[in-house]
Design a binder for this molecule. Sequence first.
Ligand code: SF4
Length: 242
Amino acid sequence: MSENWNITLKVSRQKEGETPHFDEYKMEVNPDEYVLDTVERVWAFMDRTLCYRHACHHSTCGACGMRVNDTEKLTCITYIRDVTHDGGTLKIEPLRNFPIISDLAVDMGTLYSRLDSVGARSVLPSPEAEIEKPAASWSAADGEYIRLADCIECGLCISACPSAATSNEYLGPAILAGAQANGLKRNPELLHLVDSEDGVWRCHSAFECTAVCPSFVDPARRIMDLRTQIIKERFTRLFHKA
Ligand code: SF4
């Protein structure tokens, strides 16, 4: 077990109608703890008004995404030793490009509804629905049941995306990755959605989404693949018209 460190937590605070500001909390931590542990310690022992999202504590639910020292992190799997040092600071902010509900908690509603819009549902059918139609019997026609493999809907990619920062309408990396997973061949009506100003063409190929994704979904590569699919589709249509 490592020696304890003394660090300063600078936590972004913003309640409804307030201007955002930072509150500072000094604490002794073990560097082998996770960043989420420090946030929870603030709530448990220092300030019960601190609002943040968390659930599973093992990188499955995607709820605890935050910006840690200016980089998007899933805080339940980010070691303190990897992001600061003894005597150092941890700056904790909410994800960007989502409306802030309170302090570190953001509204992920658009992410979920947009995933639905490309047929990559964030919530799978209830067990009752599965009994009526078991997963083994799902077919390509069941587009609504396709799920983007490995995506935990954490929103880190959207927070890190420079293009998402310029437009609220841009579908964003996770959603475009969902469309790619669904496949334009399987679901041709997706074409008009992704082949648009707010679809794949707004991406500037910064690859920030892939860099921060904790689940190795590789949204940037999937967006590039979608572009290839779209161009092939355009050529196919051109030659069919000729
Ligand atoms: S693609 Fe990766 S970063 Fe984006 S929401 Fe899914 S798991 Fe999170």
